[in-house]
Design a protein around this ligand. Structure first.
Ligand code: G16
Length: 539
């Protein structure tokens, strides 16, 4: 039986950088999820011929939300649903499942690196048949539906048992519970030299993979411990938990402090890595050493030949505008294409589909390649392990050699969080107005050479998107300002600071960037406007 339920629109269902992300208490309001799902289905024709993936990172409310999505999809006469066993699918594995099975899209229930639980966050990443998240024009169409919705459809089927690999039906919709790991692991085996990695993992090389109680625990156990033979216990925080065991599953120096402390202690293993809640972000650490995400992308690109899947050559490389210029220097040296896009993995999709790029990455702890259409945390870890297996060098030495060859972009991101949205919007609008007047001026010894909004022209669909403001200095330094599209608490102003040097390679970034950070502060007038004298978070 299909019920038609009357509902009223919510006005806040516009997707951000990566899907819809909300406080759990907001997402669990009456009909909130139902409205959003029905709005998506309203934009898709011929649902009786369409198949979708459903899964998530295991966070609170996922189990309830999955049952709702199944019943709403069935009521809308969707042909088939593939559902991850126990409701689990990592974002990268989900992208692969969509592409491999030629699905029409998918729903990964995750607020990514944001904490979970009733007092945490909930989210939905909606992917299309591209294997990646929907394009801005598609999310706009869905948003318009959410503003106009007056009813949704839901089937009256019993809840589905997600624990067994089986196929069932709800109305006309076939529901297949699938193994979320197997295809992803096979894909990793095709990309990397697993026998070589196994030699490293069983040679006394000590490493830790921290899944932060997110979805990559079971993936990590299977890949690092079972396939590669690393000792049991190599994967820590390995059980996906509804509240991530109280962790904030964001793999960075602040929220993965336990791992950072280990790597800066006497007991440090040779290598450590962490992934976020849904497995698309990564952090890489060596003994007393942290690899910044921007450097990570540059180093992986420079070492592409070590990986079987890329040894015959790669197309170009792309980064978000806010990411440091380190990878550009590698692209120039390798004579491959280089692209800069707005923040958001969706902007890389057309570049991959049109064979313009193979690798891409972002400052927000994301790196990936064209094997899928999302960033991929475990892929980045396997890539680093491959470099170590080949060179037998430490993470610090690999990075230092890179800097000696190319110079170093010191890089920091300063986040000012919880700003009232109107204050943040006004700050950005006023700053944009001011940009032309900055050219030629000197701040703390840095002279502005260019100052403009970042506008991206997609070479494939010819759409244009504005995202952030970029100030360039005569010595190659840059400051980028933008508002986050993933926060759930007011607005977050992100200020990205970058300074390029060819000497002084092993200094503290906070010291090297002190003057430039102060300049960024002055230019944005952030203290007068927000009352904040310091960033809330520096990464
Ligand atoms: C998402 C997007 C990334 C983006 C990041 C930060 O990552 O997929 O492309 O760089 O958010 O976005 P913002 O600066 O707008 O907060 P994830 O891992 O949260 O899905």
């Amino acid at each position: 039986m299909i019920e038609i339920i009357k509902t009223k629109p919510y006005t806040d269902q516009k997707m951000g950088t990566a899907g819809l992300r909300k406080k759990t208490r907001i997402a669990t309001q009456e009909n909130y999820l139902e409205n959003f799902l029905q709005s998506i289905f309203n934009t898709i024709p011929d649902l009786d011929k369409k198949s979708f993936l459903i899964g998530g990172d295991g966070r609170y409310y996922n189990k309830i939300a999955i049952q709702k999505i199944i019943k709403i999809a069935a009521a809308n006469n969707v042909k088939k649903l593939y559902v991850g066993q126990n409701g689990l699918v990592s974002t990268p594995a989900g992208s692969h499942i969509i592409l491999k099975n030629k699905l029409d899209g998918g729903f990964v229930l995750s607020a990514s690196h944001n904490p979970g639980g009733l007092n945490g966050d909930f989210g939905i990443k909606y992917a299309t048949s591209s294997g990646g998240q929907c394009q801005p024009s598609e999310s706009e169409a869905i948003y318009n539906q959410t503003l106009a919705i007056s009813e949704y459809k839901i089937a009256d089927c019993p809840d589905i048992d997600l624990s067994h690999l089986t196929t069932l039906k709800c109305e006309n919709t076939e529901i297949e519970i699938i193994d979320p790991y197997i295809d992803y692991i096979e894909m990793m085996k095709e990309i990397f030299d697993f026998p070589k990695l196994k030699k490293l993992a069983t040679s006394g090389f000590r490493f830790v993979f921290d899944a932060m109680n997110g979805v990559t625990g079971p993936y990590g156990k299977r890949i690092f411990e079972q396939e590669l033979g690393a000792p049991q216990g190599t994967v820590i925080n390995a059980s996906p938990l509804e509240d991530f065991g109280g962790l904030h599953p964001d793999p960075n120096l602040i929220y993965a402090k336990h791992l950072v402390d280990l790597m800066y202690s006497e007991a440090a293993p040779d290598f450590a890595a962490a992934n976020d809640g849904d497995g698309d972000r990564n952090m890489i650490l060596g003994q007393s050493f942290f690899v910044s995400p921007s450097d990570c992308l540059a180093i992986l690109t420079d070492n592409y030949k070590l990986i079987p899947a890329y040894k015959n050559g790669i197309y170009g490389v792309a980064k978000s505008a806010a990411t440091s210029m380190a990878v550009k220097r590698v692209a120039d040296a390798l004579n491959i294409g280089f692209y800069e896009v707005p923040t958001g993995w969706k902007y890389f999709i057309h570049l991959m589909d049109s064979n313009r790029i193979t690798f891409c990455g972002e400052e927000s702890f994301g790196a990936g390649a064209s094997h899928i259409r999302e960033k991929d945390g475990i892929w980045a870890v396997l890539f680093w392990l491959s470099i170590v297996a080949d060179t037998r060098k430490s993470i610090k030495d690999i990075t230092l050699e890179h800097w000696k060859k190319y110079g170093r972009s010191y890089y920091l991101r300063n986040d000012f969080e919880g700003i009232p949205q109107e204050t943040a919007d006004k700050l950005m609008a006023d700053l944009e107005q001011k940009l032309p007047t900055l050219v030629g001026k000197t701040f703390n010894g840095f002279t502005v050479s260019e100052a403009e909004p970042f506008i991206y022209h997609d070479p494939v669909d010819h759409s244009s998107n504005k995202n952030g403001l970029v100030i360039r200095f005569t010595d190659g330094s840059r400051i980028v300002y933008r508002l986050s599209g993933t926060g759930t608490n007011g607005a977050t102003l992100r200020t990205y600071i970058e300074r390029y040097v060819t000497d002084k390679l092993l200094e503290d970034p906070e010291i090297m960037l002190r003057e430039l950070s102060a300049a960024a502060h002055t230019i944005s007038d952030v203290t007068a406007r927000t009352g904040k004298t310091e960033p809330d978070i520096i990464t």
